[in-house]
Write a protein that binds this ligand. Structure first.
Ligand SMILES: Nc1ncnc2c1ncn2[C@@H]1O[C@H](COP(=O)(O)OP(=O)(O)OP(=O)(O)O)[C@@H](O)[C@H]1O
Length: 252
């Protein structure tokens, strides 16, 4: 479980996060949504230690990450998996080397065990016979799946996904969403997804945090979001007339 309490963050004199509090449970997909500039990326960067908060607490199973120093944070960092926007694979490494990267960096596992783990993770994301390929030889959807395999290689307790659907066609987006949801539930991971994708919001959002101008404006499930009267949230979710009509005509 991750709890964030009263998070404030400013850049120079501009306040970007204004007292964000929430709880993200194990085995659940937590989505952070909001307009461009609302503070989503800043919040996630604070949570993984790429930015320091001005004040507030970030509790990973009761360990306050925000108030630990670099060395004290290392054990928590090892429990975090990240799926980056654009997959961020190393172009000069094969798929196998990419997935093995953190195992090489952070474990003393023998090679055969690392290879078993890599093969397990690749088959979990339904990729086979791609070990020796380079990222340039893969489609966007395959790269995302390699990114997921790499993110779960260390058996993370916490998984961050930054815009996992960016650049993917709608069908492939659904495959990736479903994979994230399945893995979250299967391994009881606390997953946090930063997304603009309304289909993801409706399909995999166990808990949705809507940020508006740096504040937590609304929080609820994908069921709640369909019936909310929050104006800013409605304007954001139903910005597309077609999406709104499709939801209404299907009685969703
Ligand atoms: N390193 C930084 N230095 C100064 N200002 C920053 C920095 N990072 C973010 N900001 C500012 O913080 C605000 C929130 O940015 P952030 O990237 O968190 O928004 P976002 O909701 O993730 O947007 P998007 O959906 O476009 O990625 C913006 O006004 C941005 O200019």
């Amino acid at each position: 479980m991750i709890e964030i309490k009263d998070i404030y963050k400013s850049f120079d004199d501009k306040q970007v996060l204004k007292g964000i509090t929430s709880t993200f449970k194990e085995g659940s997909c937590n989505l952070i949504i909001g307009a461009s500039g609302s503070g989503k990326t800043t919040l996630i960067k604070c949570m993984v230690g790429l930015h320091e908060v001005d004040s507030g607490e970030i509790l990973y199973n009761d360990r306050d990450f925000a108030n630990l120093d670099f060395h004290e944070r290392i054990p928590i960092r090892k429990e975090i998996g990240m799926l980056f926007q654009g997959s961020a694979l190393f172009d000069s490494l094969t798929v196998q080397e990419n997935v093995m990267f953190s195992l090489n960096m952070f474990t003393e596992m023998p090679n055969s065990e690392k290879l078993d783990r890599v093969n397990f993770c690749l088959s979990r994301v339904n990729l086979e016979n791609v070990n020796k390929k380079f990222p340039a030889e893969l489609s966007g959807g395959m790269k995302k799946r390699v990114g997921i395999a790499r993110a779960i290689a260390m058996q993370p307790k916490y998984l961050y996904c930054d815009e996992p659907n960016s650049g993917l066609d709608p069908k492939t987006s659904i495959v990736i969403d479903n994979l994230i949801k399945e893995i979250t539930e299967e391994y009881n991971i606390t997953t946090i997804v930063n997304t603009h994708d309304m289909n993801s919001v409706m399909e995999i959002g166990d808990n949705i945090l809507f940020l508006h101008k740096g504040e937590k404006w609304w929080e609820g499930s994908s069921k709640d979001i369909r019936h909310t009267h929050n104006k800013e949230l409605n304007d954001f979710v139903f910005a597309s007339k077609f999406f709104k009509e499709a939801m209404e005509s299907n009685n969703l």
